[in-house]
Design a protein around this ligand. Structure first.
Ligand code: SF4
Length: 320
């Protein structure tokens, strides 16, 4: 295990959904055999189009989705086999920041009560100890303690996301899942929240899993990035390596969408839409949209090719 805080092994998550007006059920294969380590103190980004399974992966880690197979180890303990007491402890150490700060805060609760609630439920601290933690936490996210007596509607979107981050921090977690934490905010505010997350990681040695489709945010904030396509990780590596030397044709297409001030990057337009996760293509899941597709690509799923400790890819173009 070494320095890993989370180890995910061969995780599979499926859920049923209705087939629309005709009724009936169909199975969404959202996460298909993911193995992944997250190192203590790093920011690991999970990137991919909407519908690639990245949010389902995050929900499985915090037990909002039940995997059908695989293991999720948190500090060497399989969270899928934890007792209710162990799970209560686990929930203190693992927190989530959601995309929309307008819906993630209770509009009827003052900020003080929003921050107090998790401490009351999960600890036996006295009221004065709780008040001290609340004041320290609100200061960590760059807000004044006067805001504690106000309601969410009295704040801007950026301030609300700071409050949502404070709520995630109040139990002193070790690991935070941030699901598109800036995509609902004005562009002018996004940089402030990105900088705040970076400061929190640097100052408090927090570990983050960052779910986002925004490659610009990943380049600035993350240490490593895993590229997801139809429930699989098809390329993973440190951010510098992936941005400077992408291998998988899908990663190259994603990166070509990042605005380039010098206009040097040729934009790669993918054929068609992401196939439905209810009807996964055989072979390499990307073959229906890949301009390099070979006959074996539609029959067999490629194995992982490892370039170095910091970079691996699943694509036949790199298999011996
Ligand atoms: Fe394209 Fe084949 Fe590589 Fe898949 S395995 S990305 S279809 S070349």
């Amino acid at each position: 295990m070494g320095n890993n805080i989370i180890e995910i092994k061969n995780l599979q998550v499926q859920y049923e959904t209705s087939k629309g007006v005709l009724g009936g059920r169909q199975v969404v294969k959202a996460v298909n055999g993911i193995s992944l380590d997250i190192k203590r103190g790093e920011i690991l980004a999970i990137a991919g189009e909407s519908g690639c399974g990245k949010s389902t992966l995050a929900k499985a880690i915090i037990k909002l989705e039940e995997p059908i197979q695989g293991e999720i180890l948190f500090k060497e303990k399989d969270m899928l086999k934890m007792s209710s007491t162990e799970l209560k402890e686990f929930r203190k150490h693992v927190q989530m920041i959601f995309q929309n700060p307008y819906s993630s805060l209770d509009p009827k609760m003052k900020i003080y009560d929003t921050l107090k609630e998790p401490l009351k439920i999960n600890t036996t601290l006295s009221n004065s100890e709780i008040d001290k933690i609340i004041e320290e936490t609100i200061s960590k996210v760059g807000l004044d303690k006067d805001c504690l007596s106000l309601y969410p509607h009295e704040f801007s979107g950026g301030q609300r996301q700071r409050i949502a981050i404070a709520r995630a921090l109040v139990l002193s977690p070790e690991f935070i899942l941030a699901d598109e934490p800036v995509s609902a905010l004005d562009v002018s505010i996004q940089a402030q929240i990105i900088n705040l997350l970076k400061e929190l990681r640097d100052n408090f040695n927090l570990t983050f899993m960052l779910i986002t489709h925004d490659m610009g945010v990943i380049k600035y904030l993350a240490d490593r990035v895993a590229i997801m396509y139809l429930g699989e990780i098809i390329e993973i590596g440190n951010v510098e390596e992936i941005f400077n030397n992408p291998k998988h044709p899908y990663t190259k297409a994603l990166l070509s969408s990042v605005p380039d001030l010098n206009n040097k990057t040729e934009k790669i337009i993918l054929k068609g839409d992401l196939p439905s996760p209810t009807e996964l293509p055989k072979g390499c899941k990307f073959h229906t949209r890949c301009s390099h597709c070979m006959s074996k690509c539609s029959e067999t799923n490629p194995n992982e090719t490892i370039f170095n400790d910091n970079h691996s890819v699943k694509c036949f173009l790199y298999e011996d």
